[in-house]
Design a binder for this molecule. Sequence first.
Ligand code: HAS
Ligand code: CU
Length: 554
Amino acid sequence: MSAFTVMDPNGYDVAEGDRRVLRWTIYLGFAALTAGIFHGLANALSYAKIDIIGYFPGLKTYYQGLTAHGVANVLIFTFAFSNAFLPLMTGRSLGKPLIGGFLRATLLTLVAGNILVIYAVVSNQASVLYTAYAPLEAHWTFYAGLVLVVISTWLALAHMLVLLGRWRREHQGERIPLLAYISIVSWVMWFFASLPVAVSFLVFLLPWSLGLRKFVDPLLTRTLFWFTGHAIVYAWLLPAYVSWYALIPRQVDGRIISDQYARITFILFLLLSQPTGIHHQYTDPGITEGMKLVAGILTFGVFFPSLATAFSVMASLEIGGRRRGGRGLLGWIRTLPWGDPSVTAQLLAMLTFILGGATGLVNASFTMNQLIHNTTWIPGHFHMTVGSAVALTFIGIAYWLIPYLTGRKLWSRKLALASSWIYTIGLLIFARGMISAGLAGMPRRIYRARAAYDNPAWDLGGKLTGIGGSLMFTGILLFFVVIVLTAVAGKRGEAPLDIPVSETLTAPALTGWETRLDRIGIWVLVLVALCAIGYAPFFLTHAYQPMSPGFKGF
Ligand code: HAS
Ligand code: CU
């Protein structure tokens, strides 16, 4: 144990060896984030008709770069971070020491998966984009690597469940502490959500890429992908919500407004995230209007817990702002700790997410979806969700978590603040560009700078995309500098000793129906029933048509 691992005031300690593994899991995620943004810059500039892709050494095609961008930024970065963050939150909340074997197994599986995926993408044998379904075919190492990444998340969940089991043996009849509860429910949701894509990869795409299957059914692999693919966005989002619900209130001197409210929200995500994936397939043939209608209704359902979150988080912030001296209707906003880079990054994440949520509602509406599907509106939407709510929140968490794990002070508070502001301003300009040009029909996933077709109506939006994307790129680079310098040159011994766990205004009930919220297994049964409503009509009526050989277009 090194000198800095002094017991925190709550008596919770993480052994130095475990801290090291947690650190490296997170570093891996941030390395993926930083590696991924280079192609993001090229893509954004291309919409402004600036062509820099030729300067990327070793890059053979645009789609190779776009695959790298998507996979690194939404699959590796998000899961690596959460694989460290959620077990740590669970351990701290339950007061149970982390299990080193699980931490190491999670990290090693993640690293092994990464090596395979990097090999496939760098050797230009996997230009299938992060939405990997037939008929585009990747090298087998791509599918195998992603399966390992998914297995690493299962290991993280197993770790949390073992900690919960140990805690339960000593605390019979007690409610699961909130922070552990919402961390665990997040990864339980993801566990079930990950099963369809695991089937798609293991049963169809992996054998197909190895030549063991000649043909696969594109609609089936696509539907299996999206069966996972909507819930995956909540797997990215819920760890950020864990911070907004249970940590941010303490960081702003506020309180969680209600224990039960937070639990119900997470249960609603568990139930509704998965049965809605068909809203990504509104334009697909082979899926009936009825199934699309059910998916649409359930999507409006899953909108609700986020609205509830907005209300609860806003109330926690208001309590904090008023305790810090804020007066009047909005005066509490000014008194929030805007000088704290961890808080500011997350407040900016929340503010941009309001727009991310609003654009999601447009996507979910069947008729409006016809207008914006496959246009740049969609990346406009998802950079204001995963690219802000999630990415900026993880960055905000890192501003206390990396000091906590390294025992070193954050390297530069000012640079950290600047990074979040530059990123957010860039994001708003970028999204404005993508969204307006998308409304004018600018297609997503094209390299406009070299495209044979064009439309002057895309010019302004394209330019804004380029300007905003460049600022976003700068913001993340600054963040990376702050984290690297914190890790190697931060002042030792001035780091936070504890994790900022918040208090609740209303404690959990010990009797009555609410206690059933803690019986997660019961809710899983409801989830299965809802998935049957959303998906049984498809799987029972779909005529299996293995007809597609593998295409390698790029
Ligand atoms: Fe989405 C497409 C619908 C949320 C990510 N989405 C995508 C894609 C991605 C993505 C990556 O229905 C593209 C996939 C692809 O490559 O093709 N999405 C929704 C809906 C929501 C939603 C209804 N999406 C997300 C989240 C994502 C994400 C979250 C990532 C993390 N999305 C769709 C649909 C499509 C789609 C269709 C398919 C489109 C197509 O045609 O291809 C909702 O869950 C959104 C709910 C959000 C809210 C906002 C709540 C706001 C909060 C902040 C409060 C602020 C405070 C600030 C407290 C209701 C919680 C106070 C601060 C102070 C300083 C005072
Ligand atoms: Cu979705």
